[in-house]
Design a protein around this ligand. Structure first.
Ligand SMILES: NC(=O)c1ccc[n+]([C@@H]2O[C@H](COP(=O)([O-])OP(=O)(O)OC[C@H]3O[C@@H](n4cnc5c(N)ncnc54)[C@H](O)[C@@H]3O)[C@@H](O)[C@H]2O)c1
Length: 448
């Protein structure tokens, strides 16, 4: 293996190694682009539409431009395909497929297993296989390696295996793939070294850890840390609302402390493919080790409750304005789970929309980034004009803090609109709009 690792390192340093990326979504596509600027990349995806879109020079991910795709395709540094036999042409293969939950909220590793079976069918000596999908500690050793070894080759001897958690933050212009430090752990020291030298081609700061289990734990820590701290901010918001304290003002003032404090803010709940899911991955594995993680699970419950809190605030606002829920039109502004992106996966907007429909309200949805959202068993389209949407409803509910909603022009339009009730889930309004019933998460009540 020593010679194989050195051979591999030489190949990547001389620009002759080919990198395969399996799964060209929010994680895989930006990674493929970053590598393709340095080394030839073959991107694999089982979704035929994604392959067609990319091959016609268009990006389906907001953070990647059409021009980047077109330039790299035409220079031959990037090719995209669903033909898995091309894995044989690669020196390293990075797996970035989804890791969702089943309906019973247990880890669904079917995508990881399927992609590993595909790699296994095309595995060759000297391959380095890296898993980037978020998962519980132990997955690489317990799930990935046994599948790959069905090839008859031995992990750590004939081929290398490593795990590296992905830290990309979609929509974040400040920290792109190459600017985010990367943690890597292999099943052997040599595999760690090989993976570190691969990532150093595109990322300056690569940190090696003892093994794959430690690298997997890093991702769990990062996302559970966010989950519990958001839950804490949410719980404090529920308390401060009753105490007449503006939670946002208090948190921002607390954040002036120069050490020992990092601000997290309340909101209508958590979304995306990571923070709402990852704690369940950790819980699942913890229970297999005979430990019931109460703190982690309680945090999830508090964050989920915030969706119901939004509905309660809407009901309270309507009551104050003397409007019946069932006889009104409510506009929901912001469908993406966080600002300035188009991702609606696990968005708190979905259960809120479903609960409002269940209560018989007429709904209008508006998001500048999202065309439609799947809720209540159907795709519901976003309106195209913010002002028209505002003026055709009695109540406006803000669930995402897209920059567009916070411009002075939009805030003025909201104030001038015929909307009577405003529910602010994200501290959009610097002060309560005049002449409206205004209720917000973490805001003192009764701010008419
Ligand atoms: N989205 C994020 O912000 C983010 C951040 C860090 C980590 N992650 C983790 O990264 C992983 C990928 O997430 P994502 O957001 O990129 O998902 P995604 O759904 O955007 O992309 C996954 C892609 O994999 C493809 N795919 C599925 N099975 C495949 C297979 N067997 N072979 C080839 N392609 C296959 C899908 O068609 C899809 O295009 C997940 O584990 C996620 O938790 C995501």
């Amino acid at each position: 293996m020593k010679n194989k690792t050195e051979e591999f390192q030489k190949k990547i340093q001389s620009g002759n190694a080919t990198i395969g990326i399996i799964g060209l979504g929010y994680v895989g596509l930006p990674l493929a682009i970053a590598f393709a600027r340095k080394l030839p990349v073959i991107g694999f995806d089982t979704n035929g539409d994604t392959i067609c879109t990319l091959n016609s020079g268009h990006s389906h991910i907001l953070d990647v431009s059409d021009k980047e795709i077109q330039d790299l395709l035409s220079s031959g540094m990037l090719s995209v395909t669903n033909e898995s036999h091309n894995i044989k042409k690669c020196d390293a293969v990075i797996i970035c497929v989804p890791t969702p939950l089943t309906t019973n909220k247990i880890p669904d590793l079917s995508y990881v297993k399927k992609s590993c079976m595909t790699v296994c069918d095309n595995l060759k000596k000297g391959h380095l296989i890296i898993l980037e999908s978020t998962t519980y500690p132990g997955t690489t050793e317990e799930v990935v390696v046994p599948i790959l070894e069905k090839s008859g080759l031995s992990a750590g001897i004939d081929f290398g295996v490593a795990y590296s958690p992905e830290r990309i933050d979609p929509g974040n212009k400040r920290y792109t793939v190459s600017e985010i430090s990367k943690v890597v752990g292999g099943i052997t020291q040599k595999d760690t070294e090989a993976a570190v030298s691969l990532y150093r081609i595109i990322i300056k700061d690569v940190i090696s850890v003892a093994d794959t289990r430690t690298a997997e734990s890093v991702k769990m820590i990062e996302n559970i840390y966010r989950n519990v701290n958001i839950a804490l901010a949410n719980e404090l918001a529920l308390i401060f609302e009753r105490m007449g304290v503006d939670t946002w003002e208090a948190i921002n003032a607390a954040a002036t402390k120069p050490y020992g404090f990092m601000p997290f803010y309340p909101g209508p709940g958590i979304g995306g493919h990571c923070i709402p899911l990852d704690p369940y991955y950790m819980s699942y594995q913890a229970k297999r080790y005979g430990f019931i993680p109460r703190f982690i699970e309680t945090s999830g419950e508090i964050n989920t409750f915030m969706q119901m809190h939004v509905v309660n605030l809407i009901e309270e606002g309507m009551k104050k304005a003397g409007i019946k829920m069932s006889e009104t039109t409510i506009s929901v502004f912001g469908l993406a789970y966080k600002k300035n992106i188009d991702d609606t996966r696990e968005s708190p907007a979905i259960p809120i929309i479903e609960e409002l429909l269940r209560r018989g309200t007429t709904l209008k949805l508006f998001d500048p980034y999202v065309k439609e959202i799947y809720a209540n068993g159907q795709n519901i389209g976003s309106e195209t004009d913010l002002t028209t949407t505002l003026n055709s409803s009695e109540c406006a509910v803000f669930l995402t803090d897209h920059d567009l909603f916070k411009t002075p022009d939009t805030l003025r339009q909201i104030e001038l609109s015929s909307v009577q009730v405003i529910i602010d889930g994200r501290n959009i309004f610097p002060k309560a709009p005049t002449g409206k019933v205004y209720l917000g998460i973490g805001k003192p009540h009764c701010l008419k």
